[in-house]
Design a binder for this molecule. Sequence first.
Ligand code: ATP
Length: 221
Amino acid sequence: MKKQFAVIGLGRFGGSICKSLVDEGIEVLAIDQDEEKVNEFASLVTQAVIADTTDEKALRGLGIRNFDHVIVAIGDDIQSSILTTLILVEMEVKHVTVKAQNDYHEKVLSRIGADEIIHPERDIGVRIAHNVVSKNVLDYLELSDEYSIVELAAGPTIDGETIVDLDLRSKYGCNILAVKREEDINVSPRPEAIIKEGDILIVIGADDDINRLENHWIDET
Ligand code: ATP
């Protein structure tokens, strides 16, 4: 059976989640208290309804408990976001993802039992900062408070070197997970694999080690 998704709050963030889910062929129930927003999404999603999600009865009436994944994308109104999340958690919805506006909001959401908390503005800020630090940093993904994955573009000075030559493991404590070359991806490359200029190295490591790598090695390549 297809998974059932619901998105609460149809601002820019919630709206773009709805669109992406629909593009993936997923059935989406979109909910907002604002009639105009609901009308805007009515023809896109499987079902769009007007409801105040801080009203437990309204949520029950929508059968929200039976959904596999509910995304709370209420932004500015932190109180509504928290109350909605609390109701969903108490109803034992399988998976509740919530967008946090700030660190306090995140803390409360975590305490009340949200399964996943996302912080899009902060995450984008972190990614852009890494990109600004080094032009070779193409993308950045935080895995935990300590570990990240980074995509690095190989410059001319390492063209022709092997993974062993680069020796990222002993120099920086980082490991190369994969090397992308145009459409091809070489996962877990062998030590003798040769790097070419323009390859993209996907590297995993502790944040401090990745920072050292970004700052001291990559800009020289
Ligand atoms: P974004 O950062 O995603 O752009 P935004 O500023 O566009 O956010 P917000 O106004 O923060 O969006 O909120 C997103 C939506 O959540 C709005 O359309 C708002 O009507 C809706 N919303 C807020 N509170 C509730 C509620 N209690 N029940 C249902 N929908 C709500």
